[in-house]
Design a protein around this ligand. Structure first.
Ligand code: C2E
Ligand code: MG
Ligand code: MG
Length: 518
């Protein structure tokens, strides 16, 4: 736009100069000035000399005026050009780090010719999210800026872009996988070095994925996806590392997509079912309840463990649907049993974020007619670490329904004894690993006894998980633990097997309980 204006002004000036020169030549040839003077003298009464003088002075002023406007135009043009340049810079840049942004990257990749050599490096930071959550966004932002400076400084000819929160994409024009690997090593060294902010050291590593053209694709825009797949392979390792794309990484994705579809189908078709593992009163061997555990048997008879499909359901946002379907069926099954038998049901940590959870539970209870006092929901300790406030609120609401709350897997890493007092829970489930350890050394046994004693002081019931041996059973009984659960009594049973088990256990003693164990 500015260039056009300048062109037009120049054209105008040229035309005027040409016209002026032609007029001057014509005047010279025709002796126009002398003729004019003679004409003015001959017509003295017309006052032509004054008129000509006025026209000359108006012309000079006009010239000065035009020159000044021209200089203003130049200043304005320069200002606009600077503003345009700034707008272009902003449109292409990430406002926090000043690196190129995703829009620029996509434009760039869309215009790379097929025969060009180019490597794409996907850089994903390790542990950044944790620091951001713990230390706040302002520290997080400063770390990202420091990281951006380091990425920039690895090589002057790279094109560094911020792709998302803590993801960066670096373009290496002209590099093949070998050359890109050298840059990746330098990049990891730069990113592994501690970052000092306000006197505190932060260690942020990275996982890097590399893909190159024409080696891995002749389309530049597909390289990002391939570098991403390679990055996920690198991320599997604990330490910072890089990985170059390999076609078999695609198979992983296909497998993931297929297990995702299988899980959706299994939830829809209710192939995933609740099985029931008995809960036994340690003092007298009476069966008082059971824990519902999700079981998924594929058509070929193989079993998918809950440790695989529960996290997948959480990741895919299917956990609420799975929870509702399983709880509904468990409540229906449990209605058939002796009404003193309780039902324990696991909740995933992510479910505690859902403010509608108490309503979901309430509606299933009223729909199935199952007594809330027979239901105990199990939460893991990690839930309280992640969302303490929301979890507290949800617990209060669930308890208002008359449902009891147990803290599952107690002793597995997040334990904070002060939480036991703060949380409105009814039961502590001592983790299996603790029960196993307690037989191996005396100190573990003392810790276990202390947990039971502390729970008793806090008026919390206790359940020991994973009892496999008779001596564990006896020790826990001696320690005063209320309930026990484990393979010694039974594994999780299908609804009909559990019903049979209950019937057989109607008048239990320790011996026939052990005989009945599957
Ligand atoms: P959990 O809630 O701690 O369940 C107890 C786990 O210990 C079960 O594993 C059970 O089979 C196992 N177990 C019980 N007694 C023994 C024993 O004596 N020895 C050994 N080695 N293991 C024993 P499972 O069924 O594989 O479940 C694993 C975890 O998956 C559960 O841990 C629970 O956190 C989760 N899970 C299972 N079903 C569900 C569900 O319906 N919803 C949710 N959100 N999570 C579930
Ligand atoms: Mg449990
Ligand atoms: Mg457990």
């Amino acid at each position: 736009m500015q260039a056009n204006l300048r062109k037009r002004a120049l054209k105008d000036a040229l035309w005027l100069i040409v016209a002026g020169v032609m007029f001057w030549v014509a005047s010279y040839q025709l002796d126009l000035f002398d003729r004019l003077v003679a004409f003015v003298e001959n017509h003295e009464s017309w006052e032509l000399d004054e008129i000509i003088l006025a026209a000359l002075s108006a012309g000079t002023m006009g010239f000065i005026y035009a020159a000044r406007r021209y200089s203003d135009l130049k200043v304005e043009t320069a200002r606009r050009e600077a503003a345009e340049q700034e707008a272009r810079w902003n449109a292409d840049r990430d406002s926090l780090t000043g690196l190129f942004n995703r829009r620029y990257l996509e434009d760039y990749l869309a215009n790379v010719p097929e025969d060009r050599r180019l490597s794409v490096m996907m850089v994903d930071l390790n542990g950044f999210k944790k620091i951001n959550d713990l230390r706040g966004h302002s520290i997080g932002d400063r770390i990202l800026c420091a990281i951006a400076d380091r990425i920039r400084s690895v090589r002057p000819d790279i094109i560094a872009t911020r792709y998302g929160g803590d993801e960066f994409i670096v373009l290496l024009p002209g590099e093949d996988p070998t050359g890109a690997g050298v840059v990746a090593t330098d990049m990891l060294d730069a990113l592994d070095a501690p970052i000092l902010i306000d006197g505190e050291e932060y260690r942020i590593g990275a996982a890097i994925g590399l893909a190159s053209m024409p080696h891995h694709s002749t389309e530049a825009s597909r390289l990002v996806h391939k570098a991403d797949l390679a990055m996920y392979q690198a991320k599997r390792r604990e330490e910072s590392s890089f990985e170059v794309f390999h076609p078999w990484f695609l198979t992983d994705v296909e497998e993931a997509a297929s297990s995702e579809q299988q899980l959706r189908d299994a939830i829809r078709d209710e192939t995933i079912q609740p099985y029931y593992q008995p809960l036994v009163e340690l003092e007298n061997g009476r069966i008082v309840g059971c824990e519902a555990l999700a079981r998924w048997f594929r058509e070929d008879g193989t079993q998918v463990p809950p440790s695989t499909f529960i996290p997948l359901a959480e990741k895919l946002g299917l956990i609420d649907e799975l929870f509702e379907s399983l709880l509904r069926r468990a409540c229906m099954d449990a209605k058939e049993w002796d009404e003193r038998v309780t039902l324990s049901f696991n909740l995933s940590a992510s479910q505690l974020d859902d403010v509608a959870l108490p309503y979901r539970v309430a509606s299933i209870l009223s729909e199935t007619g199952f007594l809330p006092s027979r239901l105990e929901l199990e939460l893991t300790e990690s839930t309280f670490v992640q969302n303490a406030e929301v979890a507290l609120d949800t617990i209060v609401q669930l308890k208002a329904l008359g449902v009891r709350i147990a803290l599952d897997d107690f002793g597995t890493g997040y334990s904070s004894l002060s939480q036991l007092a703060r949380l409105k829970i009814d039961r502590v489930k001592i983790d299996r690993s603790f029960v196993m350890q307690c037989m191996a050394d005396e100190r573990s046994m003392s810790v276990l006894q202390a947990i039971v004693a502390l729970s008793q002081t806090l008026k919390l019931a206790t359940t020991a998980e994973g009892i496999e041996q008779n001596d564990q059973y006896l020790e826990l009984q001696r320690a005063g633990c209320d309930l026990g659960q484990g393979f010694l009594f039974s594994r999780a049973l299908s609804p009909s097997d559990f019903q049979d088990w209950l019937n057989r256990m109607a008048v239990p003693d320790e011996k026939n309980m052990l005989r009945a164990a599957v």
